[in-house]
Ligand binder design. Structure first.
Ligand code: C5P
Length: 222
């Protein structure tokens, strides 16, 4: 059965993944990282040297590729055509190409359908992405939109990548900015604050505070 569904949306570097996984652990739910699915398809497109701007070719690829996700919040996994790609999907090359792939309507149609199947079968799940509360599960019991200033998000991302220099942060910030613009302005399911979402800004709030705040809302509405 379906169980409790918590939707967590927001831009890159907002702390979504950390918050969503911790929420899943605390609530005893499964965890689905939908960004990993778009990244997995992107990794495959790059590996097969498919032109990421060629929507028809990318759409076809999404019909052939079999993406499998593991939904344990303590050990989420992602595989394409049976091969695990957990590390490969986090490279800079994938990060900078993923928005083009995610803008293709045929790709979204396919991945959203798969996400809904996973959610229906999960028996309770925290789902993170860009369009979860708005498109994938508009009737989710709890919707969270997590944001933070671009500077703070770039610093976090830069740290995750193990960067040290000021130039690196500047470059990461420019790339993050570009991805925000692409994700927010695309025609198909753009990043947006869903109706009924709790909007939290993690610029100054730590992860534990954000998690407590969401748990308070869960207690009120379940
Ligand atoms: O969350 P993450 O940064 O891993 O997402 C990678 C990319 O996947 C986003 O920049 C966006 O282009 C795409 N995405 C999406 N819809 C989702 C999740 C991710 O379009 N639900």
């Amino acid at each position: 059965g379906r169980g409790l569904v918590v939707a967590v949306d927001g831009p890159g570097g907002s702390g979504k993944s950390t918050v969503a996984r911790e929420l899943a652990r605390r609530l005893g739910l499964r965890y689905l990282d939908t960004g990993a699915m778009y990244r997995a398809l992107t990794q495959l497109a790059l590996e097969q040297r498919i032109d990421i701007e060629d929507a028809a070719a990318v759409g076809e690829l999404s019909e052939r590729a079999v993406i499998s996700v593991g939904v344990d919040p303590d050990a989420p996994t992602i595989a394409v055509d049976g091969t695990r790609v957990d590390a490969e999907i986090r490279t800079r090359a994938v990060t900078n190409a993923v928005s083009a792939i995610a803008a293709v309507a045929a790709v979204r149609g396919r991945l959203v359908a798969q996400q809904r199947q996973i959610i229906e079968a999960a028996g309770g799940i925290v789902v993170e992405g860009r369009d979860i509360g708005s498109v994938v599960v508009p009737d989710a019991a709890i919707k969270v939109f997590l944001t933070a200033s671009t500077e703070v998000r770039a610093l976090r991302r830069s740290r995750q990548l193990g960067e040290k220099g000021v130039d690196d942060v500047a470059r990461t910030l420019a790339e993050l900015d570009r991805r925000d613009v692409l994700d927010s302005t695309r025609a198909a399911d753009p990043l947006a604050v869903p109706d009924g979402a709790i909007v939290l800004d993690s610029t100054t709030m730590g992860v534990p505070e954000v998690v407590e705040e969401v748990l308070r809302h869960c207690g009120q509405s379940t």
